[in-house]
Design a protein around this ligand. Structure first.
Ligand code: NAD
Length: 486
């Protein structure tokens, strides 16, 4: 089988700065690992502050020309990126699987999802509009003019190595902003490949810069401290998001923060259980549970608890675990050993407090960072996994007796990204939709991510939206002109 890292020639494992692919100034590199085997698959450049600032030189140098490039031209380059990603889906998917661990089927779905952001924002690029109106008292007119915010620093996580970057780069470019992306150190290769593809389709130098580094705090800190940076868009943990918000305050940056989640999935007694089990499988197991929108707590109304649990546990137990590149694998390796240890500890904690394991729960021996699909019942409210993001294939099932009770428990978290409810009663669904303190809700659906919908959380799950028309507004400032006209 061909080695998917070959798609990246050695020069493209370097930093993408301006028109160059270059080593880190100090010559440092770091290793990227295949989580399914624990072996090193590539060495990439390990940037320091001087490299980050060189990328900012490039991004600010290209900003004025890109901002005035005709929207149709910017749109066409985004469309070309969409086509290139779609045409090269298989090799990109293999690279995602190799560095991140998810099964190939999921990696292919990520390529389709990530590519779609370029198509969507190619369509938005030519629809950026201002307003013209008469002041209510008369005497003058009001004109609003949207303008690109300027150079953007984009910091992305490892769980969707392509899509989390695509969700930022596409609207930034559509709006006329230049970018510096700092991908997660676990999964830099896919972002480097995206930069390569964007170079090939003709995106001008300086518009898409990529800085890979193990020294995220130093490099991103320096970028945020430089007044040429005008925007930070971050996807990652709430913990790191808080740190970056504090740093962004010094230069009063525009920020978009897509942070952690702790989604409740609620199955009502009147739900269609076929739909609920399918939905719970997607909401829990998409991306091996390593997703901010993963169902973290599954609340089932008492009359259907037994039947739902039996059917869900059977489906979870039937999933096959193995290296993501192998045929027929449903559950690939987790990102690293620390992640497996955290999940193992969360399961042990729940069991210590009285939970019972129905499926899985045993960390396997052998190479790679695997943890099996696991279902727990009788999980007490004080179990740590009900408060923390599990970020893996573990499903705690908890029963509930009334809607008010489950709503209060679902909302008892600092997070507010997404919730899911399964019911055939429209009024009940709407009461949950209004009552859940979340930015998104899936009603009889376990999959909500869609480039044409506004993705984002409330409370400590974040600020701002990605995707949809709202997504481009995050990269636009609005100037208002008062025009004297008696
Ligand atoms: P993380 O917060 O550890 O890292 C995210 C990114 O921030 C990485 O690129 C990392 O290198 C960088 N980083 C870490 N410390 C930094 C610092 N001090 N300064 C600057 N950059 C720093 O998160 P992760 O483990 O990569 O990803 C998992 C987290 O991401 C989960 O909490 C998940 O819920 C969240 N996430 C949220 C969304 C969303 O849309 N809301 C989507 C995907 C993932």
């Amino acid at each position: 089988m061909s080695d998917p890292t070959n798609v990246l020639a050695l020069e493209h494992r370097r930093l993408r700065i301006g028109d160059a692919w270059r080593d880190a100034a100090g010559g440092a590199t770091f290793a990227v690992e295949d989580p399914a085997t624990g072996t090193t698959i590539a060495e990439v450049a390990d940037a320091d502050v001087v490299d980050g600032l060189a990328a900012l030189d490039a991004a600010s140098g290209a900003a004025a020309e890109w901002a005035t490039t005709p929207p149709r031209k910017r749109s066409e380059l985004l469309t070309a990126t969409y086509r290139a990603l779609t045409g090269r889906s298989e090799e990109i998917a293999r690279l995602i699987t190799l560095e991140m661990g998810k099964p190939l089927t999921e990696a292919r779905a990520e390529v389709a999802y990530g590519a779609e952001f370029f198509r969507w924002f190619a369509e938005e690029a030519v629809r950026v509009e201002g307003r013209y109106s008469t002041a209510p008292a008369g005497g003058y007119r009001i004109l609003t003019v949207p303008k690109p915010v300027g150079p953007c620093v984009l910091v992305t996580p490892w769980n969707f190595p392509l899509a989390m970057g695509a969700r930022k780069i596409a609207p930034a470019l559509a709006a006329g902003c230049t970018t510096i992306t700092k991908p997660a150190a676990q999964t830099p290769l896919t972002m480097l490949l995206l930069a390569r593809i964007m170079e090939e389709v003709g995106v001008p130098p300086g518009v898409v810069n990529v800085v890979t580094t193990k020294r995220a705090g130093r490099v991103v800190g320096a970028l945020l401290a430089d007044s040429r940076t005008r925007k930070l868009s971050f996807t990652g943990s709430t913990e790191v998001g808080r740190v970056l918000l504090r740093q962004a305050a010094d230069n009063v940056l525009r920020t978009s923060m897509e942070l952690g989640g702790n989604a409740a999935l609620i199955v009502c007694a009147d739900a269609d259980l076929d739909v609920a089990v399918d939905g719970a499988m997607v909401a829990k197991m998409r991306n091996i549970g390593e997703s901010c929108v993963a169902a973290n707590r599954i609340y089932v109304e008492e009359p259907v608890r037994e039947e739902f649990t039996a059917r869900f546990a059977e489906r979870m137990g039937a999933l096959s675990m193995g290296p993501g590149l192998d045929d027929g694998v449903d559950v690939g390796a987790l990102i690293d050993e620390a992640s497996v240890t955290t999940i193992d500890e969360l399961v042990a904690d729940a069991v210590d407090r009285g939970a019972r394991v129905l499926v899985g729960g045993e960390r396997p021996d052998g190479p790679g960072h695997f943890y099996p699909p696991t279902v727990l019942v009788n999980v007490p409210e004080d179990a740590r996994m009900l408060k923390a993001e599990i970020f893996g294939p573990v499903a705690p099932i908890i029963s509930f007796a009334s809607d008010d009770e489950v709503l209060a428990r679902a909302n008892d978290t600092e997070h507010g990204l997404v919730g899911y409810v399964f019911t055939r009663d429209l009024q009940r669904a709407l009461r949950f939709a209004e009552g859940l303190d979340t930015g998104m809700i899936g009603i009889n659906r376990g999959l909500i991510s869609d480039p044409s919908a506004p993705f984002g959380g409330v409370k400590q799950s974040g600020l701002g939206k990605e995707g949809a028309h709202e997504g481009i507004l995050e990269y636009l400032d609005l100037t208002y002109a008062a025009i004297d006209l008696p």
